[in-house]
Design a protein around this ligand. Structure first.
Ligand SMILES: NC(=O)c1ccc[n+]([C@@H]2O[C@H](COP(=O)([O-])OP(=O)(O)OC[C@H]3O[C@@H](n4cnc5c(N)ncnc54)[C@H](OP(=O)(O)O)[C@@H]3O)[C@@H](O)[C@H]2O)c1
Length: 277
């Protein structure tokens, strides 16, 4: 891997699973990594492991189900570093929940939509001034091949709920967001791409869903690192990858009207309408 000394990256959900592997690999390449998750103990372990290997890392805790904590995370990142060269929106929850019951955050928003999509949308929006000032910069949204159309009449899935549907809707929302943001960031030097890292890696969320793993964490991690740092992707934006290959996402991601609708809804839900250009 190239020497990336002097670069700073934030990897959300890097206390576990594929995010943890990506954080370690970036740190090995010289990147100063901001490790994020909810659990301070796991955060400390990841930072200690990176430091033991000669790397630089800091942990910031934030529960992304709470938009006030998302804002606090953006502020804490701002206090920690004046620049950010890479943002990987990776944190997420899978399709398995307690008893398959619909879950919400404290604000009553459907939990997978809130954590997997809305938090990354809000965090990125809050960090955009820093990201633009640090260009060239990359944003990577870790989505999935499991995608289901957003039902704009019932985004919070009050009818016909299943954990799988909630997960897949949130993952497609990340892709609509990626394509929309790429258009708005044209000419700024900030690129944004998204991907399905690998199918059923042996991580906590896959274990919780009771699925037998098919691929390795290394496979998914390498695919994320490809979008994050590969020289071949310099200047390329608005792409969806399946592993290492550019691919087509669900048709709704190519519907400009759906993207605009999701953006307006998300700004409203996140209380960020005043930040829209
Ligand atoms: N595993 C797969 O096969 C697979 C396939 C396709 C896509 N993906 C995507 O890859 C990404 C990483 O998944 P993974 O399999 O590595 O998952 P994982 O092992 O379950 O790790 C999830 C990470 O997200 C964090 N997180 C979860 N809920 C959070 C919340 N409310 N607030 C803040 N952080 C939270 C966790 O932090 P804590 O330490 O606080 O729990 C952890 O660091 C996800 O976006 C997932 O959708 C995974």
């Amino acid at each position: 891997m190239a020497n990336l000394s002097g670069k700073v990256a934030l990897v959300t959900g890097s206390t576990d699973g594929v995010g943890r592997m990506v954080a370690s690999r970036l740190a090995e390449a010289g990147v100063e990594v901001i490790v994020h998750g909810r659990d301070a103990g796991r955060g400390r372990d990841v930072v200690a492991e990176i430091e033991a290997g000669g790397g630089q890392a800091h942990f910031i805790a934030a529960d992304l189900s709470d938009l006030a904590r998302v804002r606090a995370l953006a502020e804490a990142v701002g206090r920690r570093t004046p620049r950010l060269d890479l943002l990987v929106n990776n944190a997420g929850i899978g399709s398995g929940g307690p008893g398959g019951k619909r879950q919400t955050n404290a604000a009553g928003q459907e939990l997978r939509f809130a954590v997997n999509y809305l938090a990354g949308f809000a965090l990125t929006t809050e960090l955009l001034p820093t990201l633009k000032a640090s260009a060239p910069v990359r944003i990577v949204n870790v989505s999935s091949a499991g995608q289901q159309e957003i039902d704009f009449d019932d985004v919070m899935l009050t009818r016909g709920y299943s954990g799988g549907r909630a997960y897949m809707q949130s993952k497609l929302a990340q892709i609509l967001f990626t394509f929309d943001l790429a258009g708005r960031l044209e000419g700024t030097g900030v690129t944004v791409n998204c991907l399905h890292p690998a199918s059923y890696m042996p991580t906590t969320m896959v274990r919780e869903a009771g699925v037998k793993p098919w691929s390795t964490i290394e496979q998914g991690g390498e695919a994320i690192l490809n979008l994050a740092i590969s020289p071949a992707l310099e200047g390329r934006s608005g792409l969806y990858f399946d592993g290492h290959k550019e691919a087509r996402a669900n048709a709704q991601a190519y519907d400009r009207a759906a993207r605009a609708k999701l953006r307006a809804l998300s700004l409203d839900l996140a209380g960020l309408s005043a930040k829209a250009e």
